[in-house]
Design a binder for this molecule. Structure first.
Ligand SMILES: Nc1ncnc2c1ncn2[C@@H]1O[C@H](COP(=O)(O)OP(=O)(O)O)[C@@H](O)[C@H]1O
Ligand SMILES: [Mg+2]
Length: 243
């Protein structure tokens, strides 16, 4: 549990003149659900893109499973499942065909497409093209694509956007099951604090491109018995939990 499965040091990203991610350190232990919190525009998606190699850092180190993402990108990619921002599919193809293409790309031969679709609650969808899917169905398919090759690390950027309350509950249960039964480590961002409070073991908070705190949910609850919302607003108002 204390193995660092993701270790980020001094991570900085500038777009033009603008420093969007500033000297961030982040440690994700193996086997946890790490909830990543931050206001809109704080830098959550950018950090996820850097960790998954979709963007190159301006400077800093990113180690995943003990390997440098810049040097071992392909090796690491097979161990990652990601859904970052709204998932994009081949809209004229079915869910099954989209997953087949993904599996071929990942070089994965022993995945169970039907079971995975079932796990994310996409049942009786037959051969209908993804273009006919609702936003919630697309989101479910995005999650299916992120988990189907049984990655060691799952990176989910606002995964419950567009889901109805039932879908939110189903995905929550799925994420917990993936950690307990498939031994995945999950890094998840959400602006819905209650959702993170339900499932996270550790919380990282990013404010204006800087990670200001990493703390266990248990410690938060000791200091803020009212819960995560109280903690988060305290930080956003410039508070520090250790004052
Ligand atoms: N490709 C880009 N070019 C310039 N600025 C960007 C780019 N991507 C993100 N940003 C800026 O970086 C900041 C962080 O964005 P983002 O990571 O999307 O935040 P979050 O996901 O927390 O809402 C924002 O100010 C955004 O405008
Ligand atoms: Mg974002």
């Amino acid at each position: 549990m204390n193995n660092k499965i993701i270790n980020v040091q001094n991570l900085t990203k500038t777009f033009g003149e603008k420093e969007v991610i500033c000297r961030c350190n982040m440690t994700v232990p193996q086997g946890v659900i790490y909830g990543f919190l931050g206001a809109n525009g704080a830098g959550k998606t950018t950090i996820f893109k850097l960790i998954t190699g979709l963007l190159n850092p301006t400077y800093g180190q990113i180690n995943i499973l003990g390997l440098d993402i810049g040097k071992s990108h392909n090796k690491i990619l097979k161990q990652l499942g990601c859904m970052i921002e709204s998932p994009i599919f081949y809209d004229h193809l079915s869910a099954t065909e989209n997953l087949e293409i993904h599996l071929k790309y990942m070089g994965c031969i022993d995945a169970n497409i039907e079971k995975t679709l079932n796990d994310v609650g996409l049942v009786n969808i037959g051969k209908q093209p993804v273009s006919k899917f609702s936003l919630g169905m697309r989101q479910r398919l995005g999650i299916a694509r992120a988990i189907i090759h049984k990655p060691r690390i799952l990176i989910l950027d606002e995964p419950i956007n567009g889901l109805d309350p039932m879908g939110i509950r189903e995905m929550r249960e799925l994420f917990i099951r993936l950690v307990q039964e498939e031994h995945m480590t999950i890094l998840i961002s959400s602006h819905i604090l209650s959702e993170i409070e339900y499932i996270a073991d550790i919380i990282g908070v990013i404010v204006n491109g800087s990670i200001v705190e990493e703390i266990t949910l248990l410690s938060i609850k000791e200091k803020f018995p009212e819960g995560l919302e109280e903690y988060f607003f305290n930080i956003m108002n410039g508070g520090n939990t250790y004052e």
